[in-house]
Design a binder for this molecule. Sequence first.
Ligand code: SAM
Length: 402
Amino acid sequence: MPVDTARAPDLSFDDLDPRYRAFIADYIGLYGLDADAFCRPLPGADEMFFKAILPNYEQDASIAAFKFTEATLRHYDTVRQIVDGALGGFEKLGSFLDFASGYGRLTRIMLQKLRPDQIHVADIYKDAVDWQRQAFGVAGTYSTPDPAELRHEARHDLVFVGSLFSHLPADLFHRWLATLHGLLKPGGVLAFSVHDESFLPEGEAMDASGIRYFRFSESGSLDADIYGMSYVSEAFVADAIARLPGRPSWRRFHKGAYENQDLYVVGAPGKDVSGVFVASTPMGGFETAAGLTNGAVEFSGWALERTPGKRLTRLSVQAGARTLLEVSPHCERPDVLTHFPKVANAPIGWRFRLGPDLVRPGEVIRLRMDSDSGLFGCAYAEFPPPVAMTYAGWSRRALRAG
Ligand SMILES: C[S@@+](CC[C@H](N)C(=O)[O-])C[C@H]1O[C@@H](n2cnc3c(N)ncnc32)[C@H](O)[C@@H]1O
């Protein structure tokens, strides 16, 4: 692996803007998780954070760290629903493998649910595996470019593969699928994410084979023969799964992982996964905060339930344990759809006013979006302006200004 001479220094959460640190701690706390345990430094060699997330947010480490946290909590929502739906809960989960774990954002949470010896990580980046072994005490395996060379003896109840198949060419897609499915214990489950064909860049066409591969990626060091950007049809994935031993039971969840990836859940031979349901975490963000003459502030933004058949049941404005306001949708936001191709539900706009009678200066304001899927998402701002806000888009700026 070539040495990356442009390695960033490690990023400590202590160095972030305290307002974003407060947002991060609040969000983690709502999940019943320990923020201090989660907020260990981000190693400078982590390409996913320093070369993908950070540049997307104009090198603003505070908002990037918030987005990192938010994405990890959504990732955890996905894993938790699989663990509950397919395996009967974390107490029944004996062994977990996060394959292509990178520097282990998920490990920061899994360590709060399982013992370190129940958690295995694997990545082609030896540094990422070494770092996690050392920082988290988990078991680590060095992966290989060719699945035939993988040496991994342990077997697992859940093998989770976030954002690797979304980067594989056809041959490796089939061979990694067979290899990783072969790492399941009886009754186990493999879950992996892909870019569905609906995310194919504009102007590009799918290949008749059902997979389209592009020889570029966010990685500064992985060979484009083994890691690029791929887009697949459901028929392609269904055929790949049908080639596995025992013609396993499987389910697909549109946008079930990350902001733009579909999730496939596949059972070990004989394991029925038809009862598993994975909803997507509600998303939304603040966009504007306008000071009014009476000292009040008008905030506005958007919200979206992405899960087909589910809807947002409640939007509430909260500060700590206090609910300050209930908010009704103010309008539809078709412009938001540009960022969410083929989303199942219409995005909504919201707006509310807060004054000093309800909230103290410097307090963290949380807009909580509850869905009838049982999941919730939060967006954050502080009071009064000039405020820090979280946008939940792909840029540091609002999806729509003004
Ligand atoms: C987009 S990142 C996702 C990381 C992690 N799953 C997450 O969501 O934060 C893709 C990861 O796949 C790893 N990877 C690429 N090829 C691999 C292989 N052949 N075996 C294992 N990991 C691989 C990369 O090193 C990188 O860490």
